[in-house]
Design a binder for this molecule. Structure first.
Ligand SMILES: [Zn+2]
Ligand SMILES: [Zn+2]
Length: 130
């Protein structure tokens, strides 16, 4: 897993304690909504406003460090950008799971040479909720 500090250092963005905390929180949670993220950040930076968190998130997204995902019937979530992958969303607990999209071993996807982006969502019930 990439280090939050390196993610920022490799970008033109300034490394601020708030940005580091945002990235670390997202890394720890995998996928997180702005509201949940704000609740975490506020514990460490009580004076931070939602608008500031929002602005930082979008700056990080514009830099290609974060990715926004939009599951159906759920709030937008953010994650640290990595290889294109699919998301499984549990309809009971709302947890989001990543899954790999392997084109090489799927004969139906044999025409694909490279995936740049993926908006693949699967919905159902996770093992924990069954
Ligand atoms: Zn579940
Ligand atoms: Zn993901």
């Amino acid at each position: 897993m990439k280090n939050s500090q390196n993610l920022l250092k490799n970008s033109p963005l300034k490394v601020t304690p708030q940005r580091l905390e945002i990235l670390q929180t997202i890394q720890k949670n995998g996928h997180i909504s702005i509201d949940d993220l704000y609740a975490h950040i506020k514990e460490k930076f009580p004076s931070i406003s939602l608008a500031t968190v929002y602005k930082n998130i979008h700056t990080l997204k514009d830099e290609g460090i974060l990715l926004e995902i939009h599951p159906q019937d759920a709030k937008s979530h953010f994650e640290i950008k990595k290889e294109p992958h699919g998301h499984f969303i549990c309809k009971k607990c709302g947890k989001i799971y990543d899954f790999e999209i392997k084109t090489s071993c799927n004969p139906n996807l044999s025409e694909i040479s490279e995936i740049d982006e993926s908006e693949v969502y699967l919905y159902g019930v996770c093992k924990e909720c069954q």
